[in-house]
Design a protein around this ligand. Structure first.
Ligand code: NPQ
Ligand code: MG
Length: 369
């Protein structure tokens, strides 16, 4: 396959409700979409970076710049090309995994569409539908949080994840546990908002039968996660820290994490994501698929990934309407707490180019050799 040109589309998608985490509050999703044209047809990918470097060091303008100036030239210079070549091809560019992942997704989509293969089949899915969880933002009040959580339980979500930060942790968790009862799975995500001095405080969460506590400390601070894992009974799960197979194996072997959140964007693509999955399966570490407020493009691919055998915990693979009133593909609709894994070639979804034009926040950029 040969990549002939790349078009970068930038859109703003209004969220159905603001999404607040320990690092900020989003009211719209600023998304970079990547469309590749190859000699065998088109493919689409999505960049999961946010508009500011808050979740991680990457951000949308930075990703667009790296793609245009550093990654696209490498792609145009390589022929013939397969998605499996990309990790090596992009190796001269250090880091910038979200930018690399967006291109990888688009190349993979084009390649799989051309061969009539679905993402699910190609990645190794073993399920035709996946059980779904939902991530619930920090609320203006506990009452509003309880109303929102009840809505998700009523909608059929099988697992609730609460965003926490200092000042918004034990009491909201206690009241949500009381509301949903012992049978609904519950977990929390701090997005690095705590420090090592908070270990005793975080130990109070052990009272609420949580599935896990996700990334309480800095991305680079593996040592504090080891100390926490030794001090509390709630399992520690890393998200932001896990950027590669090497880091994943190191964190597991050192006892920093007993569960891993896999996000293809954070680790450089779907192929690195599968490699982390495989390393975790080998070490009996359960994994689950995270979410980055994806459009239907990334959502379709994530649902396929979440159907792999090691994804034994429920992901943040929610329905489209958790975030968006209208999606840029066919919407993903929850049925009995599950989403169907797409079966069509590539991602299996069709991009609504009319909506991309309507929601564009910048002129599309066309890149070619
Ligand atoms: C997480 N996601 O697991 C992330 C954090 C997150 C669903 O909880 C713009 C870009 C907004 C990236 C909001 C969920 C974001 C974002 C939240 C990432 O940590
Ligand atoms: Mg997280």
């Amino acid at each position: 396959m040969k990549v002939e040109s790349i078009t970068l589309h930038r859109i703003g998608m209004p969220l159905v409700r603001p999404f607040e985490t320990s690092f900020g509050r989003e009211t719209a999703r600023d998304v970079l979409l990547v469309q590749v044209r190859t000699d065998t047809g088109d493919g689409w990918g999505e960049c999961v970076a946010g508009s500011t470097p808050s979740y991680s060091s990457e951000y949308v303008d930075g990703c667009a710049h790296v793609i245009e100036n550093h990654l696209a030239p490498l792609l145009f210079g390589a022929s013939p090309l397969s998605a499996t070549d990309l990790e090596r091809l992009f190796a001269p560019v250090v880091g910038h995994r979200m930018a690399k992942a967006a291109l990888e997704a688009a190349v993979l989509d084009a390649e799989l569409r051309a061969s009539g293969t679905s993402f699910a089949r190609y990645l190794g899915a073993v399920r035709s539908e996946v059980d779904c969880g939902v991530s619930v933002g920090i609320s203006p009040s506990i009452n509003e949080l309880l109303t929102e959580v009840q809505g998700y339980v009523d909608a059929g979500y099988r697992r609730i994840k609460l965003k926490i930060k200092p000042g918004w942790d034990c009491e909201p968790v206690r009241q949500v546990r009381e509301l949903i009862g012992a049978d609904v799975a519950l977990q929390v995500d701090a997005n690095t908002a705590y420090s090592r001095d908070d270990i005793a405080h975080l130990g109070q969460l052990d009272a609420y039968d949580l599935l896990l506590i996700e990334q309480p400390f800095d991305e680079e601070d593996i040592a504090s996660h080891i100390a926490l894992a030794r001090a509390i009974t709630t399992p520690v799960c890393l998200d932001e820290s896990i950027v590669s197979v090497g880091v994943a194996v190191d964190a597991i072997e050192r006892g920093a994490t007993s569960i891993i959140n896999i996000k293809p964007g954070r680790v450089g693509g779907y192929l690195p994501a599968v490699a982390i999955h495989d390393a975790c399966v080998e070490r009996h570490i359960p994994v689950w698929c995270g979410g980055m407020l994806e459009t239907g493009i990334g959502r379709a691919m994530n649902v396929a990934l979440a159907a792999l055998p090691g994804f034994t915990l429920l992901g943040d693979t929610s329905a489209s309407n958790r975030y968006y009133a209208e999606d840029i593909t066919e919407p993903f609709v929850l049925s009995n707490g599950r989403l169907a894994v797409p079966t069509g070639p590539g991602s299996g979804v069709t991009v609504r180019v009319d909506l991309i034009r309507q929601w564009a926040t910048e002129q599309s950029r066309h890149l070619s050799a």
